[in-house]
Design a protein around this ligand. Structure first.
Ligand code: FAD
Ligand code: NAI
Length: 476
């Protein structure tokens, strides 16, 4: 029977990165993954992120942004393109090619780093001395391998809505939403979270009439509310996304003409027909095929594998990372936990600061933040100061034709240490990195204010917001 120092279950951004790092540190490492490609006929590494998450969604966001820009923005640059044609199938083909390239890239990285790759579902069988026994089920073909350390990285799956079953024909989860080959005339989305906004934006830009039905009364409750309110205005007033908050979905039925959704909004009964309906109401940990109970692997009250701050489970030498454990469901969080666990197994003492994990929503304008929101600081009674600056008069943003949005820097009123940075605007997915580095190095807002920022760049808005925190904005 093959024995390994480290066996990773799951090859998403948590698992594949953990496996590569473990192998780099000299451990004999294997990674078991059950993911298959879109056709369902071959293994596909990379998990949710590469196959049906981060990467394909960003490909479609880019394609739809180009189409929208050609239709609406090119004219002011003096460019006319005649009659525009859009081919959704071609856009999906491009997206699929990017996915194939990247998932194939992980196969190559495994080979390069000597990570042994197994296809199938991994599950706990029991123990043999110091070794955990892990069964692998490859479509009924069974084998067992042994590991001193096991890293569980089985990720998450969409949270089901009890009112309707996803068929990925008319009622879609993220997988279906990423694979429509025709633009639906009327698209309904349940949930105005990250997926709802990103996918709603894609299909709206391509011509769909989009209605997003959200249960919560507050839009993007996790974000700083100044930024969330600005985003709501752009999405609804400028882009025409119809976002209804405080909705109670009462029934969903699949009918010949589409999907009927009956809901209550402000005490009034509503009845809407959609051609397609996306359900994006969050994700739940994926522990289904692990046989966790057989070995007593503990879960928390929400079904996540229970871990401490070091990603240790209740079982010796069994670790868990990524979406299957507490914390934000983000690819970079999963990867960084993977690196940290591999290094802990090697006896190192890496540190992952949850307070500096950035969030990005890839709408237009983009939204990004790191650290505390103003609402959190108020609730915690922290004495803070703030500086804001807009993209409206930024030369680069004007040149790009994307001169809208805001950067807000929150800093401790006494020490000036940066406590949070919140952004909405062009390419803030990239600008947030400066804020993350600053917070990791415990910088003050004055530190950012005193750093030279190239001109003309979007980063000057970050600079200006930091200056504003000290009431010395130059262009405000
Ligand atoms: P996963 O990526 O879910 O990977 C788990 C892997 O384990 C899968 O391959 C699965 O098949 C396999 N597996 C499960 N059980 C077993 C088993 N028993 N045996 C063997 N293999 C098993 N995050 C971002 O940071 N940025 C984004 O832009 C972003 N966009 C997203 C867009 C969408 C539409 C979605 C759905 C998610 C997005 N996310 C994004 C979230 C991101 O995809 C997840 O946080 C990330 O994939 C979690 O990584 P993971 O390794 O924990 O799990
Ligand atoms: P989400 O948690 O972001 O949003 C779900 C939304 O659905 C919430 O606003 C919630 O209030 C609402 N909701 C829940 N039940 C409802 C109901 N019955 N009726 C109406 N609304 C309801 O989850 P989402 O969008 O499914 O995404 C899952 C996760 O994937 C995200 O939380 C994020 O971690 C990750 N992701 C990250 C992205 C990024 O980093 N850019 C992009 C997409 C997903």
């Amino acid at each position: 029977m093959s024995q390994f120092d480290v066996v990773v279950i799951g090859a998403g951004p948590g698992g594949y990165v953990a496996a590569i790092r473990a192998a780099q540190l000299g451990f004999k490492t294997a990674c078991i993954d059950a993911g298959v490609n879109k056709a369902g006929d071959a293994p596909a590494l990379g998990g949710t992120c590469l196959n049906v998450g981060c990467i394909p969604s960003k490909a479609l966001l880019q394609s739809s942004e180009h189409f929208h820009a050609a239709q609406h923005d090119f004219a002011e640059h003096g460019i006319s393109a005649g009659s525009l044609h859009f081919d959704a199938a071609k856009m999906i083909e491009r997206k699929d090619a990017i996915v194939t390239k990247l998932t194939g890239g992980i196969k190559f990285l495994f080979q390069k780093n000597k990570v042994e790759s197994f296809f199938g579902f991994g599950s706990f069988k029991g123990k043999n001395g110091d070794f955990w026994q892990i069964d692998i089920d490859n479509k009924g073909e069974k084998s067992t391998i042994e590991a001193k350390h096991v890293i569980v990285a089985t990720g998450s799956v969409p949270r089901p809505l009890p009112l309707v079953e996803v068929d990925n024909v008319n009622v879609l989860d993220n997988e279906g939403a990423l694979n429509l080959t025709e633009v639906p005339a009327k698209l309904g989305v349940i949930g105005s979270g990250v997926i709802g906004l990103e996918m709603g934006s894609v299909w709206k830009r391509l011509g769909a009439e989009v209605t997003i039905l959200e249960a919560a009364p507050t839009f993007l409750a996790a974000a700083d509310q100044q930024i969330a309110k600005e985003a709501f205005k752009y999405f609804t007033k400028e882009q025409g996304l119809n976002i209804e908050l405080g909705v109670k979905i009462e029934s969903i039925s699949k009918e010949k003409k589409g999907v009927r959704v009956q809901y209550e909004l402000n005490g009034a009964k509503k009845d809407e027909m959609f051609d397609k309906l996306i359900v994006a109401i969050g994700r739940i940990p994926n522990t289904q095929k692990l046989n966790a109970e057989a070995v007593g692997l503990a879960k928390d009250e929400r079904g996540f594998i229970a871990v401490n701050e070091l990603c240790q489970t209740n079982l010796p030498n069994v670790w868990a990372i990524g979406d299957v454990v507490r914390g934000p469901m983000l690819a970079h969080k999963a990867s960084d936990e993977g690196v940290a666990v591999a290094e802990r197994i090697a006896g190192q003492k890496p540190h992952l600061d949850f307070g500096t994990i950035p969030w990005v929503i890839y709408t237009d304008p983009e939204i990004a933040w790191v650290g505390k929101t103003e609402e959190q600081l108020k609730a915690e009674g922290v004495d803070y100061k703030k500086g804001t600056s807009g993209f409206g008069a930024n030369g680069r943003a004007l040149g790009l034709g994307k001169a809208k949005g805001t950067v807000k820097v929150l800093a401790d009123a006494k020490t000036d240490r940066i406590l949070g940075v919140h952004m909405i605007g062009p390419m803030v997915s990239e600008l947030i990195a400066e804020a993350v580095v600053s917070m990791e190095f415990k910088a003050s807002s004055e530190d950012i204010a005193r750093i030279v920022h190239a001109h003309p760049t979007l980063s000057e808005v970050v600079h200006e917001a930091a200056l504003a925190a000290d009431k010395r904005a130059l262009h405000g």
